[in-house]
Design a protein. Sequence first.
Length: 275
Amino acid sequence: MRLDLKNILIYSVLSIWAAFTLFPIAYMLYSSFLSPEDIKIGSISFFSNITKLTTVNYSELFAGSMISRWFVNSLFICLVITFAQLIINGMAGYALAKKKFVLNDVMFWSFVAVMMVPSQIICIPIFIMICDLKLVDTFLAVILPSLVSPFGVFMMRQYMQGVPDEVLDSARIDGCSELGTFFRIVVPMSLPAFSTLGIFVFISNWNAFLWPLLVLFSEEKYTLAVGLATLQGQHTIDYGLLMAGAFVSAVPIIMIFAFFSKYIIKGATEGAVKG
């Protein structure tokens, strides 16, 4: 009886928490199908407009803005950064975890120290460098500063410390090169960490706003986050249009969490144990 009551209490709390978590998404989706006149923030009548649902916001969004182009821009930038970070962070983490060289620990703790520095602090010096390289208003201006992540190096190093040295030594004895050992042995054994890091990198860059706003000036080169910000007027806000754009932007993130959440949990838990 106690066990049943305990389960009921646990599932009740989890259900309430899930409802609070999902409500903003449901609210956003519902609002995106209402006309501006029917959206009354803070009014009970807002929830009585379910019979007035319309797709006018989505029609206006795709016809009156460059959201399709912004979506493709964000997708391209995020995929390039994600692929590059997996390779660079993976190799750096492998070197710090399995190679004994001078200043190994110093380099590792330097990465840890950099993680404590807010990204906003280094925006100005990086922007000056981008201007000197004449890369302003190009995708490279967004991609280059994000090619490596201190957190990614830290995460991969912690996970790869759990890869048995005996397996690596056996591969080398069989004639496998160092690069071959990394791609044929280390990468397959570290797939949970690579999957988790890839998801984190993609989501963080998909939602990035400040840096793309600083370096991208042409509307056709905007990322989705920056483009959606332009949908807000100076004095008025079309909440229906804004909610429609926000939902379009959230769809890839929702799909990633729906299909790959188990890899996030697996990578985080195994990394904690092995690290």
